[in-house]
Design a protein around this ligand. Structure first.
Ligand SMILES: C[S@@+](CC[C@H](N)C(=O)[O-])C[C@H]1O[C@@H](n2cnc3c(N)ncnc32)[C@H](O)[C@@H]1O
Length: 202
């Protein structure tokens, strides 16, 4: 399935947008005070709820919310500023020079599951290129929803498994795994369907 993301935002058909930051992100911030710091990149930020939650962390110097959809970025910019956040329209598969090696952290949430699985290695490469060596990729990954309990239509465009995620990010040696757990907080309906990974860029 391939969505026209900008059209989805233009027509306000955005079921993934919950109007609030990802609960696993808030859980992680609360349980790791001060760890999120420096320059943070948020690919596929949508309306930027996570961007603003990160921008309000005291040690975060800047947050760049980045999305393919001009309409999503327009809507994100209309929210009151929470800190030093900026937004940019662009394609994560074609990051410009200013983004290369520019970030200490990447926060991933429902961008990975939105892209064609054939491009997952390219996603990992793009995040590797955006981070400084030793930088972190922290993400909440929406797993495969198409099981007996969660019928098609209610989940992400492209599910994944924990094993598949680890293979994608660590097999090539680009990242090493630091943490891997089931978050205890989730949006209603996503309970038990997500995995938090913390990876360090080699
Ligand atoms: C399922 S939505 C999630 C948005 C946001 N993370 C949220 O939870 O509300 C996926 C987002 O990824 C963006 N996206 C898809 N492909 C992209 C690409 N190649 N580069 C940048 N953003 C992309 C879409 O425009 C969309 O906003």
């Amino acid at each position: 399935m391939s969505l026209n993301w900008d059209q989805q935002y233009q027509t306000e058909v955005t079921p993934w947008d919950k109007g609030a930051p990802a609960p696993p992100l808030l859980e992680w911030i609360e349980s790791h005070p001060g760890q999120l710091q420096g320059r943070v990149f948020v690919p596929g930020c949508g309306l930027g709820h996570d961007v603003r939650a990160i921008a309000s962390c005291p040690r975060v110097a800047s947050v760049t919310g980045f999305d393919l959809s001009p309409r999503a970025i327009e809507l994100a910019r209309a929210f009151p500023a929470a800190g030093r956040e900026t937004y940019e329209t662009g394609d994560l598969f074609a990051l410009g020079l200013p983004h290369l090696g520019a970030y200490d952290w990447v926060w991933e949430h429902t961008c990975f599951c939105a892209i064609d699985p054939a491009r997952r290695a390219a996603y990992a490469e793009a995040m590797h290129s955006a981070l400084v060596p030793g930088g972190f990729l922290l993400g909440v990954f929406y797993l495969d929803p198409y099981d007996d309990d969660h019928r098609p239509g209610g989940g992400p465009p492209h599910g994944s498994t924990t094993e598949g995620l680890l293979e994608c990010f660590t097999a090539s040696g680009q990242f090493s795994l630091m943490d891997n757990y089931l978050p205890s907080r989730a949006y209603p309906g996503r309970e038990g369907l997500e995995r938090v990974l913390l990876l360090v860029r080699n």
